[in-house]
Design a protein around this ligand. Structure first.
Ligand SMILES: [Zn+2]
Length: 80
């Protein structure tokens, strides 16, 4: 049996369980949830929530798509 440090949380883990741990590790960015916001160039207008609790992949895909921006606004995401 050998142990390694999780690259995300630094806990010692048995190498046999490392993959399993990484899927569940709360410090793995893959496991974080994100909120997509709509930002307005008009500074008097507050950002609006577009979608909550999305994965990083989903947030990126949304913000890279053509319908995530328009005249005076664009969508962006932040980690929860
Ligand atoms: Zn970990």
């Amino acid at each position: 049996m050998s142990m390694i440090h999780c690259k995300y949380c630094q806990h010692l883990i048995d190498t046999d369980f490392n993959a399993e741990h990484e899927d569940e590790c709360e410090f793995n960015p893959k496991n974080n949830t994100y909120t997509i916001y709509r930002f307005y160039r008009n500074i008097l207008k507050e950002r609006e929530v577009v979608k909550k609790l999305v994965s990083l992949k989903e947030a990126k895909e949304h913000c890279e798509s053509a319908d995530s921006k328009g005249p005076g606004w664009f969508d962006g995401y932040q980690m929860d």
